[in-house]
Write a protein of this length. Structure first.
Length: 454
């Protein structure tokens, strides 16, 4: 089928193919050509492959590793701050959950803003990066937990979200048929960053203190990200978007039962997802392991997300989204209630960290599959980026709530020194909460069995 669109002095011709049994899938773009006013024809870079597409994906990987790898490694700061800001231990967890929570929650806002204003996308990437780096420098001068929440928490999240979220609009342009694969690579990058960052930061923290650690990370972020900034760009000319006027964002699926079942399951999963990453270092030290053991456990969680993201992304291209959700749920529940329960034995701690990273960490990769399911359920205009943004927001709500809730659970844990195994370490309530929320996170699969999702 040929599609011919004229917008001002730009004409786009798109040759597309649809599978016979799936008319709601995204168009497969084989060739896109542009024609200038003088009649000269020029070709745009191919989607799903080619030098430009891969350079864009590499840039996405760097953005993900730097922007998300740092807050996902907060566990090493959690243990350090709890020791050096005495009397404020119960508030320290809010620094990490505020950063991750706001990064997730703000996703729809930035997506809609950039979608409606195409010319803002590239500036947003640069301005957000400057704010993100400034937040790290500002946090290095903090003298209280509240100042750290404001800088390392709130300000970092604002800058990182401005810097990061335009890539999802560009992702829809650069990857069409291989979108789940590309999204899996991006999700895996967070885990890759989370392997190296905890060890590096833990050493700097113990040797030079948090002020130096934050400044060093700011320098590292600048060095790693600066080259990637030049390849974080659209595939389609910005002029094409601006000539057709403000772009409509499809939101009709907000009335869909399918969307809300999947969204609610994701929110509940997010409520417990972050707890091991935040508390595992402290847990390890509470049962007599070293600080390095705790750091290794956090690194294993983050590193295993690479495996989980690629595996669940692979499933997403071949199975219904609820299949991947069920796999993530069952794997997470087994990891928590079997291996974390016995994590007072060191090898069990590391096995738990790896399995939890694979299965709980792979859950977010299902979001691109959710977009596909929503399109198949009567909303063909649903955009992958917007769906991911809304699910990020839902997970962020869970993260923000989990901060004060987890602090209250640790403070009032009545099982401490009374219950066996990890249940009696003072973190038993967190263990149960993490396992239960992981189980409920798989409820979308059961909804499909009762024909509530198609």
């Amino acid at each position: 089928m040929g599609v011919d669109q004229r917008a001002g002095d730009i004409e786009l011709s798109t040759v597309v193919e649809r599978t016979e049994d799936d008319q709601s899938q995204d168009l497969e773009v084989s060739n896109i050509f542009g024609r200038a006013e003088d009649g000269e024809v020029f070709s745009l870079p191919p989607a799903d492959g080619g030098k430009d597409a891969w350079l864009f994906l590499i840039s996405c990987v760097i953005f993900e590793a730097v922007s998300w790898g740092f807050p996902f490694s907060f566990g090493v700061f959690q243990a350090y701050y709890a020791q050096h800001f005495e009397g404020n231990e119960s508030s320290v967890a809010a620094i990490g959950t505020t950063a991750t929570g706001l990064l997730y929650v703000s996703a729809p806002f930035w997506f809609v803003l950039n979608k409606m204003n195409p010319r803002w996308r590239r500036p947003s990437v640069f301005v957000g990066f400057v704010v993100m780096i400034a937040s790290l420098i500002g946090a290095s001068f903090a003298n209280s937990v509240s100042q750290l929440i404001a800088t390392q928490g709130v300000m970092y999240a604002i800058g990182a979200s401005m810097h990061y979220y335009p890539l999802f609009i560009y992702l829809d342009e650069w990857f069409v048929q291989r979108r789940n694969f590309a999204f899996g690579c991006i999700c895996a990058a967070c885990g890759a960053g989370g392997v190296v960052i905890p060890f590096a930061l833990d050493w700097v923290l113990r040797t030079y203190g948090f002020r130096t650690a934050l400044r060093v990370w700011a320098i590292v972020a600048v060095v790693l990200t600066t080259p990637a900034l030049f390849f974080m760009k659209p595939r389609l000319p910005v002029r094409h978007h601006t000539n057709v006027g403000p772009q409509r964002v499809e939101m009709g699926y907000l009335k869909s039962r399918t969307f809300w079942i999947l969204q609610c399951a994701s929110i509940v999963q997010g409520l417990g997802f972050f707890l091991p990453s935040v508390y595992l270092s402290s847990f390890a030290q509470s049962v007599g392991f070293t600080a390095v053991d705790g750091t290794l456990a956090i690194a294993l969680i983050n590193g295993a997300q690479i495996v989980g993201a690629m595996f669940i992304g692979y499933l997403g291209d071949r199975c219904h989204v609820t299949t991947g959700i069920l796999v993530c749920s069952i794997g997470s529940v087994v990891a928590v209630f079997v291996f974390w329960t016995f994590a007072t034995i060191k090898p069990m701690l590391f096995i738990f960290a790896f399995l939890y990273g694979v299965y709980a960490g792979g859950y977010s990769t299902t979001w691109s599959g959710v977009a596909k399911t929503v399109r198949e359920n009567g909303y063909p205009g649903a955009e992958t980026g917007m769906i991911i943004s809304l699910f990020s927001c839902g997970k962020g709500i869970g993260a923000v709530v989990s901060g004060p809730l987890s602090e209250a659970l640790v403070k009032s844990d009545s099982w401490k020194s009374k219950a066996p195994f990890a249940f009696g370490t003072g973190y038993g309530s967190l263990l149960v909460m993490t396992g239960v929320t992981a189980f409920v996170g798989g409820s979308a699969w059961y909804a499909k069995q009762f024909k509530l999702i198609h």
